[in-house]
Design a protein around this ligand. Structure first.
Ligand code: ATP
Ligand code: MG
Length: 405
């Protein structure tokens, strides 16, 4: 039986709904998606539940109409600024007398890892195993069926403020859908866009959205840093609007048309005519005047990211590279050179087309779908090894550590 996975990306500029099919072999096929502009989120925080609910309603309605299916529940992303990740360890004695590890032991050790004292307004949304350790033997991915006396788990625990989740739940409930689980956005995007070598050698993932830039750093396959800054592509638009005295709409158009991160790569610095809003008159400027503004803001975003990474001491002896993603930076030519100058490291931009999506703005939704699919696959594997045909619906509800509590 195929599983249907539905997810929602609530972003600063838009909401996006994506529905995919997970077949018995674990392959994911996107069935449909829709986006809807949304202005109810500022700096990654829902500030207007009605506006978010209305955007969600019409977005979900579009997908329902497109696919002719009902969407009752969804997985939803939670942005970096709302989420903390810390590493925790748990250990249990293997319960069976013959010392064969069962999925019940795995569930028990997962519970142990979740057993942490948290502030009253904080809840766990996900537990991501880094490695299982059986009688001191580490780096085990799936311990079920192995023999041992002691089972340990080292895992990343993802937590966030209950109020944030309540606002997301409320917005979705107003749009008549329930929340299946919350997915930490940067972790999902990291899993989708970084290859295993990058995670091993070291990668600084900079995901520039509309209003927020998420930064996550991986090294030795582990997450080192997970944070965000409240600046994104919309700040470039704002700067153009203020600097050239044009409307936000015109500024967005100028950014999309002349989106370069460096004045040094302008090939033809020709004249362009703009509409000054305050004077209501037309004025002629050079392309370089737009690019200068973009250049300054892009440099500022990268410098802020560098400062954050430097503060954590990550750049000392760092031999990895920088990976750029997100709608705010993916279309700005020259961003690679700009980031190289600031970080002094190799840089690449994620090719969203190679991920099977038509635009950089769909990467988070795709990442959420893939993340859920991978978790269903691995949970089904460890929870259903005694059964040739595991009940996926059951596995989804019972075993996923990231289900809504
Ligand atoms: N062709 C383009 N050229 C330049 N910028 C673009 C282009 N298309 C989209 N953008 C920018 O991408 C940004 C939106 O990206 P994205 O969809 O990743 O953000 P979001 O998910 O809505 O926001 P966030 O993740 O910050 O909450 C906007 O700032 C928009 O101006
Ligand atoms: Mg986003």
């Amino acid at each position: 039986m195929d599983d249907i996975i539905s997810c929602i990306d609530i972003g600063t500029t838009k909401v996006c709904a994506m529905v995919a099919k997970l077949d018995e072999n674990g392959n994911v096929e996107v069935l449909g998606k829709a986006t809807e502009p949304c202005s109810g989120v500022k700096k990654g925080v829902i500030v207007d539940i009605d506006s978010v609910s209305n955007a969600l309603k019409s977005c979900i309605q579009k997908v329902r109409a497109l696919l002719n299916i009902d969407i009752e529940s969804v997985y939803v992303n939670v942005m970096g600024s709302h989420v903390d990740v810390f590493c925790n360890k748990g250990s249990v004695d293997v319960s069976r007398q013959d010392h064969q590890i069962t999925s019940a032991d795995v569930q028990k050790v997962l519970k142990k890892v979740e057993d942490v004292k948290l502030p009253e307004n904080v809840q766990i949304i996900d537990v991501i195993p880094r490695q299982y350790i059986v009688d001191g033997c580490d780096e085990i991915v799936d311990p079920v069926g192995m023999a041992g006396v002691k089972l340990e788990l080292e895992a990343d625990v993802v937590v966030g403020k209950i109020t944030t989740f309540n606002n997301i739940v409320k917005s979705l409930e107003n749009a008549n859908v329930k929340v299946n689980g919350f997915i930490a956005e940067s972790l999902a995007v990291g899993d989708l866009v970084l290859n295993p070598e990058e995670k091993e050698i070291g990668a600084i993932l900079i995901d520039v959205g509309g209003g927020v830039t998420n930064i996550s750093v991986y090294k030795n396959k582990c997450l080192f840093l997970y944070d965000s800054i409240p600046v994104g592509g919309d700040h470039i638009t704002n700067d153009i609007s203020i600097g050239l005295k044009v409307s936000l709409n015109d500024a967005e158009k100028l950014k999309r048309e002349y989106g370069l991160a460096l004045t040094s790569i302008i090939s033809n610095d020709h004249d362009i005519t703009i509409n000054e809003i305050s004077e209501n008159t037309k004025r002629t400027i050079k392309v370089s005047e737009v690019v200068e503004i973009i250049e300054a803001r892009v440099q500022e975003i990268f410098s802020l990211c560098r400062e954050m990474v430097e503060r954590e001491g990550i750049l000392n002896g760092f031999t990895g590279g920088v990976v750029l993603a997100g709608g705010g930076i993916s279309y700005i030519d020259g961003s690679i050179q700009s980031a190289k100058e600031i970080f002094g490291l190799p840089v690449r931009v994620v090719s969203y087309k190679s991920l099977g999506v038509k635009s950089a703005e769909h990467v988070t939704a795709m990442a959420t779908i893939r993340y859920v699919a991978n978790r269903i696959k691995s949970e089904t594997k460890s929870g259903g090894t005694k059964n040739n045909k595991p009940n996926r619906q059951k596995a989804k509800k019972k075993n996923l550590a990231f289900s809504k509590k």
